[in-house]
Design a protein around this ligand. Structure first.
Ligand code: NAP
Length: 284
């Protein structure tokens, strides 16, 4: 078996490699990275490194082979054409005749800026004729818990998600599902709606932060415009404030409350409760 993971030096990619190495010999795993200096630890574990950049199609020449199982981890350069970037890997995979192309996407119901890129990439994958598995990841717990220090500092958790509920899960949960798909059988032409087992609201999240931190941190709901302006003022570069406000609009609309059970089924265990992620964040 040959398993290739792009974006392997990122937070999710590293966790996928960790999970793979629990069941697959390191010699069967290749980490695709832009900067091998960032992945010395992976090489030290016996994983092969390949250097390629979504912005340089030629860097993928000869990198994929017939029969490979490939995980395309979506890029994070929101100022670039991510669909064009992803299509570089899709085209290479189709040309090589890989056995499976898995892709980290977004929930099927989600709308907005980020999701447009994911839907266009999914369309390109399906049209390419390559056997695929669309891993429609809900939000990471860690994308929410990273707000805790600011919430403690300002005495309130400010978001633009109204009373919306969501089913986030930890990066490690999504990584376990991706590893199961890459190393298992029968995942050709599948679509998985991956999400946490339990839905929660920001009011509940703030109450749990308050309980664990031992001080009152209420949830303060603002409009999408106010939230984007707040993030811009805090120094977040464009287009991220609007991307983040768009995610909150999706939560408010109920688009991120997904309950298929796909994630716990693939991971083979219940997903990580959000309270555990809050505890990890508070522990630093
Ligand atoms: P991350 O830590 O930022 O990792 C992104 C990875 O993509 C890194 O390995 C990065 O390489 C690689 N990458 C970016 N541009 C590239 C390019 N032009 N060519 C080759 N590789 C490139 O993000 P993550 O937490 O692992 O999440 C993985 C992806 O999920 C993100 O990129 C984003 O698309 C998506 N995401 C999902 C959520 C969610 O809540 N579901 C939240 C945030 C992001 P370097 O290490 O060299 O920078």
């Amino acid at each position: 078996m040959s398993i290739i993971v792009t974006g392997a030096s990122g937070q999710l990619g590293r966790l996928v490699i960790d999970q793979l190495l629990a069941t697959v010999p390191a010699a069967e795993v290749t980490a695709v990275v832009r900067d091998p200096g960032k992945a010395r630890d992976l090489a030290a574990r016996g994983v092969a490194l390949a250097v390629a950049d979504y912005n340089s199609p030629e860097s993928f020449d000869g990198l994929l082979r017939a029969g490979d199982r490939v995980l395309l981890i979506s890029g994070n350069e929101f100022h670039r054409d991510r669909v064009a970037q992803h299509k570089v890997v899709v085209g290479t995979a189709a040309k090589a005749g890989v056995a499976l192309l898995a892709y980290t996407s977004a929930p099927g119901n989600q709308t907005g800026l980020v999701t447009d890129d994911h839907r266009a990439t999914e369309d390109a994958i399906v049209a390419s004729g390559v056997p695929y598995s669309l891993l429609r990841n809900n939000l990471y717990h860690e994308m929410i818990t990273m707000n805790i220090p600011a919430a403690l500092e300002h005495g309130a958790l400010v978001r633009a998600a109204g009373d919306g509920r969501l089913t986030s899960a930890s990066r490690a949960d999504y990584a376990a599902a991706a590893a199961a798909v890459l190393s298992g059988d029968g995942h050709e032409d599948t679509v998985y709606e991956l999400s946490g087992d339990t839905a929660w609201s920001f009011a509940e999240f703030a109450a749990e932060v308050s309980r664990q931190a031992g001080r009152h941190v209420p949830y303060h709901a603002v409009s999408g415009e106010e939230y984007a302006a707040m993030l811009s003022a805090a120094g977040l570069p464009a287009p991220l404030p609007h991307v983040m406000a768009g995610i909150d609009a999706s939560i408010a609309a109920g688009e991120l409350a997904v309950a298929t059970g796909d994630l716990s089924r693939l991971a083979g265990r219940p997903t990580t409760p959000v309270g555990d992620a809050i505890a990890a964040a508070l522990a630093g």
